[in-house]
Design a protein around this ligand. Structure first.
Ligand code: Q5B
Ligand code: MG
Length: 299
């Protein structure tokens, strides 16, 4: 069963036709493991990958990790076979690639529901996420985000997106519009906003700069393609001691004000009202959730 709202700082792509990577994927500490049946798998390897991922889901134990499978799109002729395998194997979340419209999500959900019924799995067990990877998809981001109750989030697929825009990836300016559209669409639907991969795994500085930018924009997390990207990403998402202390002081100040019958407090001359408290609480909640998971990883 999927969880709608959980920590998804890092979602690691794992090529579905690589048994070694599949076997070890859960040990690196990513919040979600995203087995790939789509673009990291050559056409001749598609059946092998589906078979391996099916067996991995059935037989391996992933602990607290979320399991996600990126299927091939339904129009490819492979997507339905992928769904048949991974829904029956009990994947938590299906990632639909190259989502251009709400109809793509609705079509995928219909197939998931059929498979759940046919295999005796309670309807609604399988979650979905939609990756937006084209100009058309970005323009339909809000409809996509609202297309199904099963959606846990929407994500950007930047490599395909910049190709569609007839540009290349540079300092991130080329992705700003798509990121803002996706973020706003996700928030309007109350679901997660998830950023794309950073392809140069040896450029840690560039990766951290991108992770810092997407966190500032408001994203919940990011796809990664290599275990070396997980720790720096979690570090970016970890609030500083200063931010934590400030959030705690805000919570104390508002509790004191509430006790006096006031909804507004003052902290070092700054007004503390509802939105400030909501942000402070979110920061503390995310810190707690992240610390719990990372602590378990370290044991
Ligand atoms: C990048 C590289 C070749 C580097 O190789 P390297 O050899 O330099 O790796 P090393 O660091 O030396 O590996 C050290 C140890 O980690 C193990 N290890 C490495 N990676 C692992 C991993 N992912 N999972 C588990 N294990 C892993 C490895 O097996 C080794 O284990 P061991 O031998 O035991 O020591 C490799 O990582 C890799 O193949 N990554 C996955 C690529 C992938 O999935 N692409 C598709 C998704 S993107 C896309 O489709 C675009 C998109 O759609 C995206 C969107 O939608 O956002 C869009 O449009 O933008
Ligand atoms: Mg792609």
């Amino acid at each position: 069963m999927y969880v709608k709202d959980r920590l998804r700082r890092s979602m690691m792509f794992v090529p579905g036709n690589n048994p070694g990577m599949i076997r070890d994927a859960h040990i690196y500490g990513a919040d979600s493991i995203m087995f790939d049946l789509e673009d990291s798998v050559a056409y001749t390897e598609k059946d092998t990958a589906r078979f391996l991922v099916y067996n991995a889901l059935k037989t391996l134990h992933f602990g607290s990790k979320e399991t996600v499978v990126r299927i091939n799109d339904l129009s490819s002729g492979l997507g339905i076979k992928d769904l048949e395998a991974v829904v029956r194997a009990g994947v938590q979340v299906v990632r639909l690639p190259k989502t251009d419209s709400a109809q793509d999500v609705i079509d995928c959900e219909r197939e998931i529901e059929r498979i759940e019924r046919e295999s005796g799995i309670p309807v609604g067990t399988t979650g979905m996420m939609a990756a937006i990877e084209s100009a058309n998809g970005v323009l339909h981001a809000a409809e996509i985000a609202h297309a199904s109750d099963r959606l846990i989030g929407i994500a950007l697929g930047a490599e395909d997106y910049v190709t569609d825009l007839k540009t290349t990836r540079s300092d991130g300016i080329e992705l700003l519009f798509a990121r803002c559209m996706i973020l706003n669409a996700a928030r309007s639907a109350g679901i997660a906003a998830l950023d794309t991969v950073y392809s140069d795994v040896n450029n840690e500085e560039g990766f951290i700069a991108e992770a810092t930018l997407i966190k500032k924009l408001g994203f919940d997390g990011k796809s990664v393609i290599n275990p070396r990207q997980i720790e720096p990403l979690h570090h970016v998402f970890m609030p500083s001691e200063k931010d934590l202390n400030k959030a705690r002081a805000i919570m104390d100040a508002i509790a004191e004000a509430n006790a006096r019958g006031s909804g507004v407090a003052s902290l070092k001359g700054k007004m503390i009202d509802k939105p400030v408290v909501t942000r402070a609480k979110r920061l503390l909640d995310l810190y707690e959730a992240g610390s719990k998971i990372d602590e378990v990883e370290e044991i």
